[in-house]
Structure formats: C-alpha cells, structure tokens
Write a protein that binds this ligand. Sequence first.
Ligand code: SF4
Length: 277
Amino acid sequence: MAEPVDPIRVLERHLEQWVQAYGSELAVPPGEAVERSAHSEQTIATPEHVATTDAPAAREPEAQPQRRATPDSTAKKETQPTTNPTVTALRELRAEIHDCTKCKLHQGRQTTVFGEGSTTARVMFIGEAPGAREDQTGRPFVGPAGQLLDRILAKAMGLQRPDVFIANLNKCRPPGNRAPEPDEVAACLPYLKRQVELVQPEVLVCLGRSAAQSLLGSTESTTRMRQKQHEYCGIPVIVTWHPAYLLREPSRKRETWEDIKRVNQLLGLPEIPPGQS
Ligand code: SF4
C-alpha cells in the first residue's frame, strides 16, 4: 500500500528544486554584457503584442486558475482592426507614449517600452524602467532577469508570459541605467496607472522598491513593504524583490517564493502548480 503523501514534504522538495534551479542556471553567459541594476530587465514579446492583444474585455464569471491567453490574443498585429475597447484604448495609449517628451528621458531613448501581455490578464507585474536591451527591442524584461521572471511565472505559478501583463514604471531607459529620478517617475506614473485601469488585473505585483514606492506612495523599504498586503484602487498589491536583484542576491529567492504563493492564493491558483511537485 502506497505511503500517504505528506504535503509539507512535497512543498519542501519543490522549494529546494526551485531554489537550486535558479541558483546557477540563470548565470550570465560569459562575455555577455549584463546590467545588474534593478532597471536592467528586458522582455520577450514584440512591441505589437501589447496593444494588439485582442482578447475579450469581459472577464469570465468565475476565477479560472489556469487560464491561458490563446495565441491569437497576444500575436495580432497592431494594424488589425478591433472592436475591443480595451485593445483600442491600449493602442491609443501606446501611441501617446511612443511620442512622449514629458520628461528628459525621451532624449536618450531608442524606443519606448510600453509593456506587453494579455489585456485580460489577472495579474500585472510592474518593474522599474527599461535597460539597454529593452531600449533596443521595445520589450520589457528580455534579459537574464526577464528569463528569471519567466521561470518564476512557470515554476511558481504555472503561467506563461502571455497569461500576464508586464509593464515598467518608466517607459524610457534612464541613461547609464541609473534609477529614474523623482520628476521622471512623476511624469510617467500616470501612464502606468492608465494601464492598470485598462487591464484591470485582479492582483498587482510590484517588482522592487521603485515600482512599489511610486504606485503605493510609500517611502518604506522593500523588506517592510513585502511584509504587508497593500491595495491600489481596490486591487491587492504584493511587493516582492526585483528579478535583477535576485540574480545578485539568490538568498532572497526563498522570500520571493513566499510572495508568489500569496499571489497564487489571491488568484485562487494552486500553491504548487501542477507538475511542479
Ligand atoms: S519616461 Fe515616461 S514620461 Fe518620460 S519621456 Fe518616457 S514615456 Fe514620457
């Protein structure tokens, strides 16, 4: 007769595997220039993916833990006509941001980085600002930190990038990968707030101090903000470490795991995604 499964052991084993996997697998390839500042992340979908997401605006009546965007929902071209008001509004916002000169960051950018994902995403991840590769590609989180974010999504949530929405606080790259200055954050924050308003996620996840402090109007450290559950316009906000920081401080991955479990709880997702035990 098979021994009963001990859920605690399963969780511990999974956590061990997760931590081990992130320890070396995401090391920077030799010779690859990597910015390790908190705003050096990059993404994976083409710029068209974001405002072209043509998934239905209406939400399902019940939470669907493993809801996935269909390929069409993230791959339609910007030129494709749509009757979806959310998609239309996001396209208009993206066009506005593309031409934005509201702060001095526009002077050094190659392109703006609007963000990307499903317009019906249940969870939105918010980073700080584009890094070099994002500036080149126009996509958020496309470097090593982005790869780590992808693995967190897959391993800790059972989701993929098209299932969520990923955006940054600032849409243009700060020179030399410095942190955005207060006037630059103030100028760009309304765009992020508009994105939240349009996508209407059920949970917001702030990656790192800049995003969390700016969205929540807080001056607390990431450590302190992590310990609380916050709200923005009625939406629960979870604060966790930025993936770029996790690459420098792998010891924080356990805390990130705990934070993501809270996100899963809020979304009604399994604590451990199927197939990860
Ligand atoms: S960072 Fe934001 S506010 Fe500043 S120029 Fe870029 S889009 Fe405009």
